[in-house]
Design a binder for this molecule. Structure first.
Ligand SMILES: [Fe+2]
Length: 413
């Protein structure tokens, strides 16, 4: 019997790994939220109250949740915060400076009505089925892709559902670079008696980068403001936090939070680094915001679309929708048994297309490559591996199906 060297013994490893000996051991790992919360404890601490007490709203200076819209807030009212517009140059400058911008009438009125009806029916159905996903603020509907055709169009920014889609896509590409994807689509319903959410950043990586790796889109299904739970946010905090990180100093005292004021049909884009949270709904009507968040294509997504998307949705999905849900591998992400090396995550790129693996699994026919060797039987060597078929289809793909650069399955070492 051979003896395992003592350097590999877990107790030895632990003894040799005090905090000061570790690589990259640095307080910056928990920043910028660590100092943001230490120096602004009120944005995190939500005092315990009964649900009914959250309904007694009055503006309180210094409170992050009993606040008001930018146009009414004493600190912000003269600072020209973003207001709804269709002007792309204004939207660019709002997103850069304040960390959010509001696209007016991005969805036409009839589409909004249809979406509101679908969300409310689904919410009721999930409650009756006893699978409702309750949140401290109300109720969320997750994985909306499976719950209505209109949501497929919302994710795709299809102009027949989202008339402002082309403008949104342009801004996304400028912020995230090409071939960005969707991380999840959630209907966030805020109800009377709900608790305000602690302020947080949606983007938890790359805090010191000059640009976001995630941009959320908040579709207002009803008018939102200080009365019904307009999203709480601190204008400009995306820049304050990432600047502190770059300059290696703590985040200091932050300016006050406001409630987002956005009319039904508008889509608000938020930089993933901005501090925000769900507001308090003081009205009897549900406040509905569709959270449809986009990210760079190298990050893990919030929704695990690979497992969750219904087969019929996958079958009918356009190449664009597939790419947006992450069903296109790149060399560095989501390769499947090696399929995807050399691919760039492009729409319709056969060299990285993953749908056929999932559909084969759904049929119970996904045959994975296992242990093989010189003594394997001819039957094993010639098995109808799913990889074989996907690669063959990719190589013989139609004109609309570009192979990735390289288009092979090799990787250097
Ligand atoms: Fe969030």
């Amino acid at each position: 019997m051979t003896t395992v060297p003592m350097e590999f013994d877990p107790a030895q490893i632990e003894a040799k790994s005090p905090p000061e000996a570790r690589m990259y051991n640095d307080d910056m790992a928990k920043e910028p939220m660590k100092s943001a919360l230490e120096n602004n404890p009120e944005i995190y601490f939500v005092p315990p109250q009964r649900g009914s007490e959250w309904g007694t709203w009055e503006f309180k200076p210094g409170s992050y949740y009993d606040t008001t819209t930018g146009s009414k807030h004493p600190y912000w009212k003269n600072k020209k915060l973003p207001s709804p517009t269709k002007d792309i140059d204004q939207l660019r400058s709002d997103l850069l400076k304040w960390g959010y911008c509001i696209i007016e009438n991005a969805i036409a009125t009839n589409q909004i009505e249809a979406m509101r009806k679908r969300v409310l029916e689904q919410a009721e159905g999930e409650r009756q089925a006893r699978i409702a996903q309750k949140t401290p603020s109300g109720q969320n509907i997750n994985c909306c892709i499976n719950k209505g055709r209109c949501f497929e169009g919302l994710i795709e920014q299809d102009p027949s559902i989202v008339q402002g889609g082309p403008l949104i896509e342009q801004l996304m590409t400028e912020a995230l670079g090409p071939d960005w994807i969707c991380t999840s689509l959630i209907a966030a319903i805020s109800l009377k008696g709900g608790v305000p959410q602690a302020l947080h950043q949606d983007q938890t990586d790359s805090a010191e980068a000059l640009k976001p790796t995630l941009v959320n889109t908040l579709t207002a299904i009803s008018d939102i403001d200080q009365n019904n739970g307009g999203t709480l946010l601190i204008p400009g905090s995306h820049d304050v936090l990432s600047r502190a990180m770059r300059e290696r100093r703590p985040v200091g005292k932050l300016p006050p939070a406001i409630n987002l004021e956005a009319p039904a049909g508008s889509i608000t884009l938020t930089d993933g680094r901005i501090l925000h949270g769900t507001g308090i709904n003081h009205t009897d009507e549900p406040r509905i915001v569709m959270l449809n968040s986009m990210q760079t294509n190298w990050k893990r997504q919030q929704e695990n679309w690979m497992l969750s998307v219904r087969p019929e949705v996958l079958e009918r999905a356009s190449q664009k929708l597939l790419q947006r849900m992450g069903f296109q591998a790149t060399t560095g992400s989501q390769t499947n048994e090696g399929h995807g090396f050399g691919a760039q995550g492009l729409i319709g790129e056969q060299a990285g297309a993953l749908r056929d693996f999932r559909l084969a699994a759904d049929r119970g026919e996904y045959l994975r490559v296992g242990e093989l060797g010189p003594n394997s039987s001819q039957q094993d060597l010639q098995a109808p591996f799913t990889l074989r078929k996907v690669v063959a289809d990719a190589r013989s793909g139609g004109a609309s199906a570009p192979l990735g650069i390289g288009g092979n399955h090799e990787i250097g070492g």
